[in-house]
Write a protein that binds this ligand. Structure first.
Ligand code: BGC
Length: 761
């Protein structure tokens, strides 16, 4: 009865609804509720806010929920991970029905497709699953920069480059949100490692902060206005990101024009009052301590009514947009079959052919394949942690080969089945979702078995598998580098097969770069499959067989050796005595990581300092070749208009990724040798056919952040624009002269107390 006379959300003006909320209701709206899946060890969880324990879970296995205020017509919202598929429990207590979601390829693979249209349509299919399961906000995409190849969650992020990152995220967000559900771009910001992520203070100068670490987020916000943003766990220059008004209000809302909601990462930050005041609207998954602290702060006057109401209003604006508020039905029947095909197709578009001597690939139809390596039979389809997905099945590579009419050597398959069963039986039971998957030792193959197999098979394929996941970073030895057993195996396979004049193919089933320079000459072909999702086996074989001509290119450099990364030995930061950097912990005593390389991250470093990589950013082979000509560059209406003709000069149809790099004048201000400003992927070009690629780069995109004047500015002078096939390909170049311009006068925000001494060219 009472509710009839009370202002109802969506009917009464929003300020009236806010005014009708009690203080306790407001505070509950600002903190969430967590997840309690059956059998989950909740002993580490903090005491929950009021109501949580008696609110039935709507979507078991989702990461969290918001509170409802039924008397004012405010329903609760469900938030769920993650970047590669909806992560919910596949089974439920009260039914035999299953709730599997599609596992899509990891973000690193998607970025290597350089195909924003594909990523948007994948997002559309993905978002349909989000909606079907009754989830309101998908906690994805991750978009931190691949600063160091050991970053444990790099597989959940796109690239070392902010333009690729921002464009991919914008496309994904648009696709998912076209279903009327939300996304959460994360982890905002500078969360480039897992080690000690809850207590790590990242020291970074303002220029790299703005140009490298915030730029991708800026692009995604301006192009796609995601419904929500998730702050990161770490501190930047002394302040937790979730407690930083500079980041969440001055930069994000005032400068970029963001209108959506900001939430914390799960248990992120320390001071709830500072979080609300900074503009971090929702604290997830909510604790009793936060609840008590906010009520007390309000009562003491520390937290002003306007500060509280600003965040409450944004929570309600999110509710107003949500499918739950609109009464959308929960079907629990996503288009799993169709989406599996979306996942397969996407995986083929992002795989990168790194080496193909004497046209080893594609494989000859119907060939007999000797399939080596654990991952050939136990594919790593995605990473672990909150980015994991409960999928209905995995297509293994041996299954993909058989389905495409290849013959797989049976004795080897049996050998690996026995080996994998034995190795898995030795593993302790997984305790929680943050436990990392170990690299399983490779099976020894006797010389006699090798000789027998090499006699009968047409090709050897060895799959190198690496998992990684949330909660820890990777190691150099035995993770970035190959284990001795893996090296030995590759050598033995090579000798046995090359002795018989047969080719050796290596598949890299990894989440990020591994060391390849020392052994790659032993392989005739190398295909980087990344973590390809549940249809991985089929997708790999689509590329191996030539059904799909590979068109992926690296969105992250493969260094020749780990120490080639600038300040590699400093990673993951200065750790206090007693804690070793090898520890896989994500919570330790305060530590610091100083970003001394400044702007020189990834290819910006390799190209500026003349260091050769094993495989460059932007590099990837095809079964055909492309020619670039008729390159034209002109300046019109504050835009650089570029056109280029791309011709398929080979024998099979294919797609080419063209990259546009800009080299700025360096007389007065330092700039990296070249920086990616745009890219374009052609449609499928038949042999001999051509297409015109046209892109426009707004000149404002050429601005740099001048930390002397705290302004985005364009330097006057001559700029070289290149259309190139990788970061080290000179490509076709043209010059344009630009007048100086002040693009945006900002302020000094988030600066380190003492500027970091940076690497100089
Ligand atoms: C992760 C987030 C994730 C959240 C909810 C955190 O541990 O860092 O990426 O969305 O958990 O599961």
């Amino acid at each position: 009865m009472e509710s009839k006379s009370l202002p109802q959300l969506g009917i009464a003006p929003l300020p009236e609804v806010v005014a009708a909320l009690t203080l306790e209701e407001k505070v509950k709206l600002l903190i969430g509720m967590g997840l309690y899946p059956e059998g989950f060890d909740v002993s580490f969880l903090l005491p929950a806010p009021p109501d949580e324990n008696n609110t039935p879970e709507r979507v078991p296995g989702a990461a969290g929920r918001t509170h409802a205020v039924e008397r004012l017509g405010i329903p609760l919202l469900v938030l769920s991970d993650g970047p590669a598929g909806v992560r919910i429990s596949p089974t439920r207590k009260d039914t035999n029905q299953t709730f599997y979601a599609t596992q899509f390829p990891s973000e690193t693979l998607l970025a290597s497709s350089w195909d924003t249209e594909m990523v948007e349509s994948l997002g559309k299919a993905f978002g349909d699953e989000v909606k079907a399961f009754g989830v309101n906000v998908l906690l994805a995409p991750g978009m931190n920069i691949h600063r160091n190849p050991l970053g444990g969650r790099n597989f959940e992020y796109y690239s070392e480059d902010p333009v690729v990152t921002g464009e991919m995220a914008a496309a994904f967000v648009k696709g998912v949100e076209s279903n009327g559900v939300g996304t959460s771009i994360k982890h905002f910001a500078v969360n480039n490692q897992e080690f000690n992520r809850m207590n790590l203070d990242t020291a970074v100068n303002e220029r790299p902060l703005r140009e490298i670490y915030l730029k991708g987020f800026e692009i995604a916000v301006k192009k796609a206005q995601p419904w929500t943003i998730m702050t990161s766990y770490n501190l930047v220059n002394g302040t937790y990101t979730s407690e930083s008004p500079d980041l969440l209000t001055k930069i994000l809302r005032d400068e970029w024009g963001y209108t959506g909601l900001v939430m914390t990462d799960w248990y992120g930050g320390k001071n709830p009052v500072a979080q609300i005041q900074a503009g971090n609207d929702l604290l997830m998954p909510g604790t009793l301590e936060q609840y008590d602290r906010l009520i007390a702060a309000y009562n003491s006057g520390e937290l002003k009514p306007s500060e509280l109401d600003a965040c409450v209003t944004r929570v309600l604006e999110l509710v107003l947009k949500s499918p739950t508020f609109h009464g959308e039905p929960i079907t629990n029947a996503p288009a799993l079959k169709a989406n599996a095909q979306v996942s397969r197709k996407a995986a083929t578009e992002g795989m990168v052919l790194l080496r193909n001597e004497s046209q080893t690939l594609p494989l000859k139809a119907g060939a007999k394949v000797a399939l080596f390596g654990n991952a050939s039979y136990d594919l790593v389809v995605g990473g672990t942690g909150s980015g994991d997905v409960h999928r209905a099945y995995t297509v293994q590579i041996n299954e993909g080969l058989a389905a495409a009419g290849f013959e797989v050597v049976d004795s080897l398959a049996k050998h690996y089945t026995v080996h994998l069963d034995a190795e898995k039986a030795k593993l302790p039971e997984k305790r929680d979702i943050l436990e990392l998957a170990p690299v399983l030792p490779e099976a020894a193959i006797s010389i006699s078995l090798l000789a027998e197999v090499a006699d009968g098979a047409d090709y050897a394929i060895f799959t190198l598998g690496r998992s990684s996941g949330e909660g820890g970073d990777r190691k150099v030895e035995d993770e970035f580098e190959l284990t001795n057993v893996e090296r030995e195996l590759i050598s033995q396979i090579e000798s046995a097969f090359h002795a018989k004049g047969k080719k050796v193919v290596v598949l890299l089933n990894v989440g990020g770069p591994v060391e390849v320079a020392s052994w790659r000459d032993q392989a005739d072909a190398i295909l980087l499959t990344y973590l390809p999702g549940q249809e991985g086996g089929n997708a790999v074989v689509d590329v191996l067989s030539g059904k799909v001509n590979p068109s992926g290119k690296l969105a992250t450099t493969f260094p020749a050796k780990y120490l080639d990364i600038p300040f590699a030995e400093e990673f993951p930061g200065k750790v206090k005595p007693g804690l070793s950097p090898e520890m896989r912990g994500f919570e330790g005593p305060p530590s610091e990581n100083s970003y001394q390389e400044g702007l020189y991250v990834g290819y910006r470093y390799f190209t500026s300092f003349g260091v050769s990589a094993a495989y460059d950013f932007g590099f990837g082979l095809s079964y055909t070749t492309f020619q670039y000509n008729s390159f034209e560059v002109s300046l019109r209406d504050n835009e650089i208009e570029i056109s280029l003709r791309v011709t398929n000069a080979g024998e099979v149809a294919g797609r080419e990724v063209v990259q546009f790099y800009v080299s700025a004048p360096t007389e007065k201000v330092e700039h990296p040798a070249r920086e990616l400003k745009a890219f374009s992927k052609t449609s499928l070009l038949e042999p001999g056919s051509k297409c015109e690629v046209m892109v426009k780069i707004p000149i404002d995109d050429l601005a740099y952040f001048d930390d002397q004047t705290s302004a985005w500015a364009i330097e006057e002078g001559e700029y070289t624009i290149a259309a190139a096939s990788s970061a080290t390909d000179e490509g076709l170049t043209a010059k344009v002269r630009l007048p100086g311009k002040l693009v945006l006068q900002s302020r000094s925000l988030m600066a380190p107390a003492v500027p970091i001494e940076e690497l100089q060219r």
